[in-house]
Design a protein around this ligand. Structure first.
Ligand code: GUN
Length: 294
């Protein structure tokens, strides 16, 4: 058996096209141009690539992109002052501070300072709490992308056994809530979990978000399971260049899973597309317009 490959590139392109259509509509009907501010502190090469990509796709969707690049030795006070300025800027509807921040900066204090209405990362405790209470909230982009990809395989997740490997605020914890909203039965596993392979083998849906290259083996999977690989790990390849691998041993998993996301070309593509969705939703909510259709 060879698993169906879930094409994140295609799904993300479709989502971006739908966002662009809605942006055209809100511009035309309401004079609203959604604006996204991305703040990058320091020179982490992977973060620089992500931020460039976010800016490009924001503009391609017809929104305004505001990029703020700050030196690695930026003080906490200066970063907090920038967040306060963006909070009160009417052209900015979404604020994303790229993580991780350089050592010495307090990420949680920065996240807490972002206006929850502009918190397109869904990391502010108000949005995280709303999500945990089953209330409408801006939701972290990667878990949102994971759910959309899962639904390309299963129209309903009701009653399915899901396992999430990893309990980060950015992925694992919000994904629990989103899966509960879909009426799945959810297990969250982490570095202290015992008998991980056995637990994994009971799952219909496997979400790997641990940041450990190829940790999930083919033998850990239930035949036919849907596997969503959130990992993006850089390993030195035989040709001296880095190659990207996920948290799942892809070749092995292909023989067991029913459907699987590749790395690259899976979840990674969805994160930015969902960021555009959140920016559009935030802009409409701030302007007092009905929620967009996307
Ligand atoms: N770094 C890696 N992924 C993310 C993300 O989704 N949001 C932020 N702010 N930083 C990240």
């Amino acid at each position: 058996m060879s698993a169906r490959i879930i094409d994140g590139k295609l799904v993300a392109a479709d989502l971006r096209a739908r966002v662009a259509e809605e942006v055209t509509r809100v511009k035309r009907d309401h004079g609203l141009t959604p604006g996204l501010a991305v703040v990058l502190v320091g020179h982490d090469p992977a973060s620089e690539v992500y931020v460039r990509n976010k800016a490009k796709q924001t503009e391609a969707a017809g929104m305004t992109s505001f990029e703020h690049k700050l030196p690695a030795d930026t003080s906490q006070a200066d970063l907090m002052a920038l967040v306060a300025k963006l909070n009160s800027d009417p052209a900015v509807h979404g604020i994303l501070v790229q993580l991780p921040l350089p050592a010495g900066l307090d990420s949680q204090a920065v996240i807490n300072a972002i206006d929850p209405a502009k918190d397109v990362d869904g990391l502010n405790p108000l949005n995280a709490g709303r999500l945990a209470n089953g209330l409408p909230a801006l939701t972290p982009c990667t878990p949102l992308g994971c759910i959309i990809l899962t639904k390309t395989v299963h129209a309903s997740l009701e009653g399915m056994n899901a396992i999430i490997l990893g309990r980060s605020n950015l992925v694992g914890r919000p994904l629990v809530q989103l899966l509960l909203n879909e009426n799945a039965t959810v297990t969250i596993a982490h570095s202290r979990t015992r008998d991980l392979a056995d637990i994994c083998r009971r799952a219909d849906l496997v979400y790997a978000a641990v940041g450990r290259p190829e940790m999930v083996k083919g033998s850990w999977l239930k035949p036919g399971a849907t596997v969503i690989d959130v990992g993006i790990n850089r390993l030195p390849g035989a040709d001296g260049k880095n190659r990207l691998v996920g948290d799942v041993a892809y070749q092995e998993a292909l023989d067991v899973a029913g459907a699987i996301t590749p790395v690259p070309g899976g979840v990674g593509q969805m994160t930015v597309a969902c960021l555009l969705v959140n920016t559009l939703r935030a802009a409409c909510a701030i302007k007092g317009l009905p929620a967009p259709s996307v």
